[in-house]
Design a protein around this ligand. Structure first.
Ligand code: KIV
Ligand code: ZN
Length: 524
């Protein structure tokens, strides 16, 4: 089947399109929200990873969502930039406006088609839904040639009705047809049957790309994705680290590496630079404050670690005995030892390039270099992980109103702890002292004294970036104000400084949230 797509032209038979929805389906799940700077950084990383489409957000959902989609459309080159919309004209027009600056753009419009959703959620008759499919795709096509239509809850939709909706969407001009397993209910066999049926039965099926979008409620998102591809799906919707609604979406890294590792079983290839998988995964963890679990496939800390003697012995003799893919193929450096305090700026820049930070500006490199020198003075060995934590920390704080300057803490088993804090607030240097019940308490009170606020601390967690007693601490702070939650992250060899950086990061995010007048939040 040869098909000329408005944005991709003729797509080779053996090509599968990777549609990344980390910034939409992923970002809308609790605790994973990102601000504009973070979304832009993530979008850059996705472009470097080689994804074909970035679903940048849901522009009607809030002013913040609209602005992020628009900024990504203005700044990111390479992937098609996509905005999500329901079937209402207002949604579609807002999505069209947000993606307009993009070099290549797509509107993704959806409506529920299952009996359950039509009756209880939409309160619409099937014929009215069918009409909405036609109207929404027709309107979207007036704003871009690249229109994706999704049948929400598609896997639980009556097959005849699904065929009618898909046929109508293609006739109205949809170039991609996405069949989501919205509630993660399907089994691989269901997926195979649905895609084979649509491709076989729907007139005009050869004029569209079929796409699969799977949620992981039963832990089957990746298996369902591969089943759909084996039945003819040519676009995969997925997210980094598998983040997304509830149990998440199919994880990009898992789907891509499954295809790469088993070319004998899957005949279509993605265009992903797999060596960038690890750095993209880590960037997302740094931004959101959620590490993947150690045994997570592909990107977990233990994914390539061989603990048992028998396995280690086998790997030393021939890595293929226990490794089905190489650590290097996903960007894990075998020798993660980096530079020491005598390393120069050029070596530092080269190292950042190798770690996937080629796009940093001179100011960012200079600031990161200063922090690297400072870290190298305090820490015997600086690993790649340390550099990633440090540089991510620098990048996400670029536009912060409140910046950390210095901290002195006195703590111990005698009496209350004391903190002397210096911060830069909107360019002014301010300082405060505080006493508290332990060093973290004293530090957070000192921040409050410098910058009074009502936000409540709801979570404080500490982990280590690498091993050893001189490892950098990686902290997460969650603040809540008026029902809005934000997470901040910080890294430093001093746990209290890391905590301070995390608190300030969260506070800066809260200020950005406050500055935006957001209408009632929506999610898809
Ligand atoms: O899961 C789902 O149905 C979705 C649609 C909006 C595509 O995310
Ligand atoms: Zn979804």
């Amino acid at each position: 089947m040869s098909f000329s797509h408005p944005n991709f032209g003729t797509i080779a038979e053996d090509r599968v399109i990777i549609f990344d929805t980390t910034l939409r389906d992923g970002e809308q799940s609790p605790g994973f929200s990102m601000n504009l700077t973070e979304k832009l950084r993530m979008a850059e990383a996705l472009a470097e990873l080689g994804v074909d489409v970035i679903e940048a957000g849901f522009p009607i959902a809030s002013v913040g969502d609209f602005e992020s989609v628009q900024e990504i459309a203005k700044n990111i080159r390479g992937p098609v930039i996509c905005g999500l919309s329901r079937s209402a004209p207002g949604d579609i027009l807002r999505a069209a406006e947000a993606i307009r600056p993009a070099e290549r753009r797509r509107i993704h419009t959806f409506i529920s088609t299952s009996p359950l959703h039509m009756k209880y959620k939409l309160r619409m008759e099937p014929d009215a839904v069918l009409q909405a499919v036609i109207d929404s795709v027709t309107l979207a096509r007036q704003h871009t040639d690249d229109v994706e239509w999704s049948a929400e809850d598609g896997s639980r939709t009556d097959p005849d009705f699904l065929c009618r909706c898909v046929e109508a969407a293609i006739k109205a001009g949809a170039t991609t047809i996405n069949i989501p397993d919205t509630v993660g209910y399907a089994l691989p066999e269901d997926m195979r049957r649905i895609f084979a049926m649509l491709i076989e039965r729907v007139p005009g099926a050869d004029r569209a790309i079929f796409s699969t979008h799977n949620h992981n409620d039963l832990g089957l998102a990746v298996a369902n994705t591969l089943a759909a591809v084996s039945a003819g799906a040519r676009q995969i919707e997925c997210t980094i680290n598998g983040i997304g609604e509830r149990a998440g979406n199919a994880a990009l890294e898992e789907v891509v590496m499954a295809i790469r590792t088993r070319p004998d079983a899957v005949s279509r290839r993605p265009n992903i630079v797999t060596e960038r998988i690890m750095s993209t995964s880590k960037l997302l963890s740094t931004i959101t404050g959620f590490d993947v679990q150690p045994n997570k496939a592909i990107v977990g800390r233990n994914a390539f670690a061989h603990e048992s003697g028998i396995h280690q012995d086998g790997v030393l003799k021939n890595a293929a005995t226990y490794e089905i893919m190489t650590p290097e193929s996903v960007g894990l450096q075998k020798n993660s030892l980096v530079m020491g305090k005598h390393s120069g700026r050029a070596a530092f820049r080269d190292k950042l390039q190798a770690l996937g930070y080629g796009g940093l500006g001179d100011n960012q490199i200079n600031d990161a270099f200063k922090r690297f020198k400072d870290l190298a003075d305090r820490k015997k060995i600086v690993y790649d992980e340390d550099l990633v934590a440090l540089v991510d920390d620098e990048i996400v704080r670029d536009h912060d109103r409140i910046k950390f300057v210095s901290l002195d803490v006195h703590a111990g088993s005698h009496g209350p702890a004391r903190a002397a804090m210096v911060l830069e607030v909107d360019g002014d240097i301010r300082s405060a002292d505080a006493m508290g019940d332990g060093p973290v308490d004293a530090t957070f009170i000192a921040i409050r004294n410098i910058f009074p606020h009502e936000a409540r601390l709801v979570l404080f967690s500490v982990g280590a970036v690498t091993e050893g007693t001189d490892a950098q601490a990686k902290t997460t702070v969650r603040l809540e104000e008026g029902g809005k939650m934000v997470d901040g992250q910080g890294a430093d060899t001093d746990t209290i400084v890391a905590a301070t950086r995390a608190y300030i990061h969260a506070l800066n995010k809260l200020l950005v949230k406050r500055a935006r007048t957001e209408p009632e939040a929506l999610s898809a």
